[in-house]
Structure formats: C-alpha cells, structure tokens
Design a binder for this molecule. Structure first.
Ligand code: ADP
Ligand code: MG
Length: 352
C-alpha cells in the first residue's frame, strides 16, 4: 500500500485538480487495485470533480451532505470526537464508490467525501489533543490513519493506493492528513510566492530552519517526541507550466529551478526525508539525478482542464470537440489533449 498526501502551504497550485487527475488515472492504469481518495479539504473541490463536476458533482455533494447518517469525512471525525482515544473501527461506513455517481470514473475508485463541516469541527479536534491521556496528541493525530486502516480491513486489501487532498492551511486536519500519509507530493506554480510556500512546508513538516534560532512547529516537535514518521517527499510538481513562448518558458524555468535548488538543499542535509523511487533505484548522487527522480512538470491544460474538472471527466477519457458547460459551448482541441494526456499518464507511471 502507499498513502500519498498532496500538499503545499499555498492555495491554487493544483492540489485538488491533480488529486482528481492522478487518482482517476492511477485507477485506470491499475484496474486490479483499489484506489481511495480522502478529501481532507473543507472546500471539497476534488470530491466535487470526482462526483461529476460543477453541476452533477455539486448536486451529489449536496445530497450526501444533507443525508443522515453523514457519509463524509466529517461523519467519521464526529465518531472520533465521541471516541477520541479508542478507535470505533467505523471508518468503512464512510466510503463512497465514485462510479455510482459518475460513470466516467473507473469502478475501482473510492472516496471519503470532503465536507465543509471540517472547519467547524477543527476546534473540537484540537481540544481532544489535551487534557486526555498522556499521549493524546499522538492518538488524535492517527485518526485519519485509523480511518484508512478500517477501510483497508473492510476490503481485505493491503495493496490499495490512497491519495489525500489537503487544504493549504497548516490546520489540525492538515496535520492529521500528513500523519496518515507515507509520501508527499508537492505541487507548486511558477511564481515567487510558491517558493515561499515550499520553504514554509519544509519548515513546518521537516523542521528545516530558515534562520538560526527560528522556532519549530509543534507538529514537527511532537512528531519527533512520539517518534512518528513524517511523509517522505516523493515528488515536487511544477504545475501549469506553459510553454507559450520562449521568454515565458524561461521565466518558468528560473522559478522551477529556484524551488528545485531549495529542495536539493534539504536533500543534502536530510536525505531520510525523501522517498527513493522506484523501489530499488540507486540513490541520486548529483543534482541532475536528484532532479530526475524528484522533480516533475505538468503543463497548463487550458480549456481541457476546465472542461475536465467542470464535467468530472478525467483527462484520459476526454475527447476533442464541443462540450456544454452551464449552457455554454466550449471547444476542446485535440492538440491540448495530445499534450496533457501523456503528461498525466507519465506522471502516474512514476507513482508506485
Ligand atoms: N495543469 C493545469 N492546467 C490547467 N488548469 C489547472 C491545472 N492545474 C490546476 N488548474 C486549475 O487551477 C485552479 C486551481 O487549482 P486547484 O486544484 O483548485 O488548486 P488547490 O487545490 O491547490 O487550491 C483550478 O481552476 C484548476 O482547474
Ligand atoms: Mg484544493
């Protein structure tokens, strides 16, 4: 099994879009495996795309959010607020088979639906970390891991692959997501603020200090204290990189390289924070081999991405031609698909 969190401390970098595309493509490439998406973002964007997009997906979300019992991440968190320190083993009650709602999604893709209630619950989750038993912090941080364990047990399958979509903020539910994850995918866009966000991530999760004497996050310190493992960096993904003309291409390249250098710096002092892949691959010995293992680039899919997300059709099953979104006709060009489909396909081939 492999559990991936998709996180960066910045919004709008493509966490939800990539969660949707990666999970759907992974499920397509591995029809014999079960794939689970856990939507830990209260905005529930990846859930909305998976369940059918802007119209169908939103409609399904409303139905799921108003039904009793509430079969969403918040339903499970509510169970845990009631039983914080003893697992109720109820996780399997909160899984939705996505193809029941969206015929474009492979049958082997499952979802723990995102829920805006997570925001309201977060203060109650935080207060469960004290004054409980001595290791309350550790037990509470394992809630999402417990949820995934329950689901795997109900499937009798240890080989499933999990993608956790995260909120940009370093909130308690992001902490639970990161504790559950074994591996981290870091999307970023090619701008200066993305570089700052990547630095923040490295400091919050791995305790990397920007200046001598900087305080470290409670998450980092407590994870160390309880000897809990942090997710290993698996890939950092420059997203929406457009090669429109050579000057914008070189501007993007500069920013991607800057971020790459930042992460390369961490590799040199903290190689144990990284996941060598594929299994058995030699440890990188130069910046070049490091980047070829950990750095990936996804192009801007322009109209194709809008149509794919709005209709809940994964990019690999999208066809060229006119599509109707909210009553308006939008044209998808074959040339866009010819670039984006192999791009996502290759990215997923690099995910074990
Ligand atoms: N590779 C891409 N090509 C085109 N549009 C993209 C791409 N990745 C993300 N987007 C779009 O960018 C916007 C922000 O992405 P989103 O996944 O919601 O970011 P996040 O979850 O990090 O906040 C969305 O409208 C999404 O459809
Ligand atoms: Mg998002």
């Amino acid at each position: 099994m492999a559990i991936y969190a998709i996180w960066n401390n910045k919004g709008g970098v493509g966490k939800s879009y990539l969660t949707f595309q990666l999970a759907a493509e992974y499920a397509r490439q591995h029809p014999q495996k079960k794939v689970l998406v856990v939507d830990m973002c209260p905005q529930a964007n990846s859930s909305s795309m998976l369940l059918g997009g802007m119209e169908n997906g939103e409609h399904q979300l409303t139905q799921i959010h108003t039904a009793q019992p509430r079969r969403t991440i918040s339903g499970y968190i509510e169970d845990r607020i009631r039983s914080p320190y003893v697992t109720p083993r109820s996780g399997a009650n909160y899984v939705t088979q996505v193809s029941r709602y969206n015929g474009r999604i492979p049958n082997n893709l499952y979802l723990v639906v995102g829920d805006e209630q997570l925001e309201i619950q977060s203060s109650r989750v935080t207060s469960a970390t004290f004054p409980g038993p001595q290791d309350a912090w550790r037990i509470v941080h394992l809630w999402v891991r417990d949820l995934i364990t329950d689901i795997f047990e109900s499937w009798n399958d240890e080989n499933a692959c999990v993608f956790i979509d995260c909120n940009p903020s370093f909130s308690i539910y992001t902490e639970l997501a990161l504790t559950a994850a074994e591996r981290l995918l870091i999307p970023f866009s090619a701008d200066g603020s993305s570089k700052r966000a990547v630095k923040a991530l490295l400091s919050l999760v791995y305790g990397v200090r920007r200046h001598q004497g900087d305080p470290q996050s409670d998450f980092y310190l407590e994870s160390m204290r309880y000897r809990m493992s942090s997710p290993e960096i698996y890939m950092y993904i420059g997203n929406r990189l457009t090669q429109m003309n050579s000057s914008s291409a070189s501007a993007f390249k500069t920013v991607v390289n800057e971020i790459g250098d930042e992460i390369w710096g961490v590799w040199q002092t903290l190689p144990q924070a990284f996941c060598i892949h594929p299994t058995g691959a030699p440890t990188p010995t130069s910046k070049k081999t490091f980047k070829s293992m950990f750095q990936y680039e996804v192009n801007d899919a322009n109209t194709a991405s809008v149509v794919s997300g709005s209709l809940g059709i994964p990019i690999a099953s999208l066809t060229a031609g006119n599509k109707t979104i909210a009553g308006r006709t939008i044209m998808v060009n074959q040339s866009q698909l010819d670039k984006q489909v192999p791009n996502i396909n290759n990215l997923v081939r690099n995910i074990e």
